[in-house]
Write a protein that binds this ligand. Structure first.
Ligand code: ARE
Ligand code: CA
Length: 483
């Protein structure tokens, strides 16, 4: 008896010590400005300038977002359109988004907050200006001559009309001709590779954690691999290889070099926003049109697709709901998006009074007047779903349910989501795998940010939840939203 109670005391002391140690580790891991545990979630902050990203990083960290994908960072051609960013003319860090000092300060501020910076690297090509010109930092250039960096021998000519890519079914054309007149680098050349590597190493020295490889489809996979293998092994690489059925160059070729954006995700979500049977959501990520999960980066919109019609965009009624489903899915690494409202495809972000540099981003409302910053990283439903994803961790999907405009599932023992893509409210009772209790609703449109003060959702003893979900809304509960 005596032994047993001693043993119990000993046992509870061990447990208490263990709990204290875990608490210490948890607190130590969440430094200042990083109150939530890390998620795998990233965000593309399209055309946000360096000062504005730096200012936003503490908020991103508080909201559990772990990394930011920037727009291209080097000197580019002049012009009002956003896409001048994609026409480099030198590797000086001096662009409409800020100078080297501002870039370095942003990287260090964000890193201190626990947010990594992934830079958009435009390495397939230089500018598309047939007559050359002067870049925004004063560098003079010709279409195939960038003094001090690349000369005419460093570029492909390919024999098609205007040396442009005409036929995407011809591998050699796609990789050796010009994408919309952009001077195509001989990425197979050792000196070109060395110049690119030196540029990327410069950025790594400033503290960036990795790169989006712009137009990766247009660079042979072996060239991308050669460049990446010269960088530290833990450099995060995300290739942009737009999946298109029947084309000879497919995203799968690029997985040896790192991760790749999976365009099937955003496209399938678009088709699911109306019409398509919702239960097909459960197949997303499992067909031959999808990369293996560990290689895939998923998104509901990016800066190209929001300007085309291949995905939803910030104005789509079901956008937040499908962003929630992306965060709820165990498939891939989710990339949120934050840019500015536009009605003209080419329109650049608003400029400062100098007429050259992009104005600081401000998050005001969700009115979406042209030029307004859309600030998805602050939308309550999205913020709450990042926490939901952290709670779900690597638990499997169970309790799959779908009917009409409703879809629901649980992440076993950790989280539950039910969505309504329709225009009428959806009332139902669903089986969760959560503990009985009161929970806050992460979909309800109020920021919870870790504190559940107004629990409106009851999980009954049998694990069911009864609720009415508004049109285009969702219900989201998870262990950390239990009151
Ligand atoms: C602009 C003008 C052009 C002009 C050119 C040079 O619009 O008319 O000729 O400048 O002066 C962005 C803009 C372009 C812009 C370019 C340079 O979107 O409009 O051109 O910057 O300023 C293919 C590629 C894919 C690429 C898309 C756009 O495979 O890599 O086209 N996406 C990236 C970026 C873009 C960027 C570039 C590459 C260039 O995300 O923002 O362009 O750096 C099928 C194929 C796809 C193909 C798609 C569209 O689906 O399967 O592979 O994507 O068609 O053609
Ligand atoms: Ca090329």
């Amino acid at each position: 008896m005596q032994f047993q109670s001693n043993f119990r005391t000993y046992h509870s002391r061990v447990i208490a010590l263990f709990a204290a140690a875990m608490l210490f580790i948890a607190v130590a891991a969440c430094g200042p400005g990083n109150e939530r545990p890390d998620s795998d979630v990233g965000i593309q902050m399209f055309q946000w300038n360096w000062d504005s990203i730096a200012a936003e990083c503490p908020t991103l960290a508080d909201n559990g977002i772990s990394w930011v994908l920037t727009s291209p960072i080097v000197e580019h051609v002049q012009g009002d359109q956003w896409w001048t960013s994609y026409q480099p003319v030198s590797y000086k860090i001096d662009s409409k988004l800020g100078n080297r000092e501002q870039f370095a300060a942003m990287v260090s501020t964000c890193n201190d907050a626990g947010v990594e910076i992934i830079a958009d690297a435009v390495i397939n090509h230089m500018s598309g200006m047939s007559d050359g010109g002067t870049g925004v930092a004063g560098s003079e250039f010709e279409h195939r001559n960038y003094p001090g960096i690349y000369g005419p021998d460093d570029f492909h000519t390919c024999g098609t009309s205007n040396d442009d890519i005409v036929n995407y079914n011809d591998r050699s054309e796609v990789q050796n001709c010009e994408l919309v007149n952009l001077a195509d680098l001989k990425t197979e050349s050792e000196t070109v590779q060395a110049t690119i590597v030196a540029h990327l190493e410069d950025l790594l020295d400033l503290g960036v954690a990795g790169f989006r490889i712009d137009a990766a489809k247009h660079i042979p996979a072996q060239d991308v691999e050669a460049i990446v293998s010269a960088l530290p092994q833990d450099t995060r690489i995300i290739g942009e290889v737009i999946r298109a059925a029947g084309e000879p160059i497919q995203p799968e070729e690029y997985t040896n070099a790192g991760g790749v954006f999976e365009f099937s995700w955003g496209r399938d979500m678009k088709s699911l926003q109306a019409g398509t049977t919702l239960s097909t959501f459960f197949k997303a990520g499992t067909t031959s049109q999808y990369l293996p999960s560990e290689s895939a980066y998923t998104f509901v919109e990016n800066h190209d697709t929001e300007r085309g019609d291949s995905t939803m965009n910030y104005q789509s009624p079901n956008y937040e709901l499908f962003t929630a489903l992306m965060l709820a899915s165990p498939y891939g690494t989710p990339v949120l998006y934050s840019g500015y409202a536009f009605s003209d495809r080419d329109a650049g972000a608003a400029l400062k009074a100098d007429g050259e540099h992009v104005a600081n981003a401000e998050c005001v409302d969700r009115e979406f007047m042209d030029g307004a910053w859309t600030c998805q990283q602050r939308w309550p439903g999205i913020v709450n779903m990042v926490q939901w994803r952290i709670d779900a961790a690597d638990t499997p999907i169970v309790q799959e349910w779908s009917e009409g405009d409703g879809l629901a599932f649980a992440r076993d023992g950790a989280a539950f989501i039910a969505v309504n893509r329709g225009i009428e409210p959806l009332t139902g009772t669903w089986q969760t795998t959560l503990e009985q209790g009161k929970y806050c609703d992460g979909g309800a449109g109020t920021v919870i940010a870790g504190d559940c003060n107004e629990p409106t959702i009851t999980v009954d003893q049998d694990g069911t939840v009864a609720a009415t979900i508004p049109s285009h809304g969702f219900l989201a509960v998870s262990n950390s939203t239990k009151s």
